[in-house]
Design a protein around this ligand. Structure first.
Ligand code: PFF
Length: 451
């Protein structure tokens, strides 16, 4: 046990912080638009299978590496592999991925904060249709001063929480924000499903049409499970390093996965019934919430109020994710280079802000700057989320399943756990050794177009 390392103040603190990392723009912005484009209930069905079959076992493996290693991703892999350079490289890959994801994620998070302010100002009050909302979205996101202002403000919010530390910052913030988030989602679900004509949306989310399932849907569902659970880059590993050995990893992992999945599905119920009630098409793509929702709110009672709540909710969800991304790189810098936490948080946050500027500018004038045909934003998103995360996930499973090895891993897994049935341990072992690496390899190869 590393005596100088801070620990979560309570079990629920860890669960809420890790669930906060998992629940984010992935659940509220990305999951609904993927559902809308890929067959509604059929996509949800596949997503649930992916979360259960691959997501949960790898979440357990990642937290286990962190709690046993008691360090940042690089330090934990180094100690557990006894200095093997390959596994140290896997830790470094995680830290780089955190840096990259934060540099574009913070831009979208900034938009959601900007939308809170615009909602309060009443900018969306007179929009009559999604086209008008789409135009407004384009205008706002293409103004460098607007996008960079909110990118910067959001980074300051993120830094201020990391600055305050693990228990006083992350844990305290998550304990307030996560219940608030769940409450706001439930309010909006109730509002959505009670609108006249909402029933078609509920059907859309519940009636599985198996003819909608294609190879692509399966890959998209698996990829989304990964991103949504914050898996494969050391965020859960880092949070696990603050976890006490008196607590059960499998129990906590189940809670985190349930909360993340619940909020994604509730986000679907918050959006689609309202969307169908307005007679709109669900397959809107990534602009779904920014283009459609401001208009949807215009035609419901108290829409002004619910619009503010919605974007506040998106901002809160994004913030509990950005803090986990900044924490990964901060704890790495603190552990490895002995830089004080506060200094590291400010320096790194500022650096990510600067590196994120080309991401923001991809919407404001730098649309034509292309790397392999993609804008800078799309390129960074693609290599970090589609390449580095699955790669990290495969390595985590292989590390625990083969290199460090099940024999050494299981006793650590059982610490803090009472009466875990042996068949669950063997199922986990089989998944971590065989099922997860093979399945993730398939998504990985497909996402880079090799199969
Ligand atoms: N899980 C977050 C979401 O669904 O929005 C995104 C994310 C956060 C990915 C932290 C990876 C990470 F380390």
């Amino acid at each position: 046990m590393n005596a100088n390392r801070e620990q979560w103040g309570s079990k629920i603190g860890f669960i809420l912080a890790a669930a906060g990392s998992a629940v984010g723009l992935g659940n509220i912005w990305k999951f609904p638009y993927l559902v809308g484009e890929n067959g509604g209930a059929a996509f949800i069905f596949l997503y649930l299978i992916c979360v259960l079959l691959v997501g949960l076992p790898v979440v357990i493996a990642e937290i286990l590496i962190g709690r046993t290693g008691q360090k940042n991703p690089v330090g934990s892999f180094r100690d557990l592999s006894k200095g093997n350079p390959f596994w140290i490289g896997v830790g470094v890959l995680g830290v780089i991925t955190g840096f990259l994801i934060l540099s574009y994620y913070n831009v979208i998070a900034g938009w959601s904060l900007g939308y809170v302010i615009e909602s309060i100002k009443g900018s969306f009050q007179n929009l009559e249709n999604p086209l008008a909302a789409g135009e407004l979205f384009k205008t706002l996101s293409s103004m460098p001063q607007w996008t960079l202002l909110f990118h910067g403000l959001f980074m300051i919010l993120t830094i201020s929480i990391i600055y305050a530390g693990v228990t006083k910052g992350i844990e305290r913030a998550s304990k307030i924000m996560m219940p608030a988030l769940l409450f706001l989602v439930i309010v909006l679900v109730v509002r959505g499903v009670t609108l006249p004509g909402a029933r078609a949306g509920v059907h859309y989310l519940l009636k599985i049409d198996f003819s909608q399932i294609t190879g692509k849907t399966i890959f998209l569902a698996l990829g989304q499970a990964f991103f949504s659970l914050s898996l494969g880059m050391g965020a859960l590993l880092t949070y696990g390093s603050y976890m006490s050995k008196k607590e059960s990893i499998p129990d906590s992992a189940v809670n985190i996965v349930i909360l993340d999945t619940l909020i994604a599905i509730l986000a679907g119920f918050m959006i689609f019934p309202a969307l169908f009630a307005m007679g709109m098409n669900p397959a809107q793509g990534p602009s779904l919430i920014f283009n459609i929702l401001p208009v949807v709110f215009n035609s419901i009672p108290a829409g002004y109020f619910f619009r503010i709540i919605f974007f506040l909710l998106l901002t809160v969800a994004a913030l509990t994710s950005t803090i986990s991304l900044l924490e990964v790189i901060t704890t790495f810098t603190v552990d490895e280079f002995n830089i004080p936490r506060k200094k590291a948080a400010v320096l790194l946050g500022f650096t990510v802000f600067v590196i994120g500027i080309p991401n923001a500018m991809s919407f404001c004038g730098w649309q034509n700057v292309r790397i392999f045909g993609l804008t800078w934003f799309d390129f960074v998103d693609f290599i970090s989320a589609n390449i580095f995360l699955p790669l990290g996930g495969i390595f985590i499973a292989l590390f625990v399943g083969w290199f460090w090895g099940i024999k050494k891993a299981v006793p650590h897994l059982l610490e803090g756990t009472t009466n875990l049935p042996p068949f669950l341990v063997s199922t986990w072992t089989i998944i971590v050794r065989f099922v997860a690496p093979v399945l993730i390899l398939i998504i990985f190869l497909s996402s880079i177009g090799l199969i």
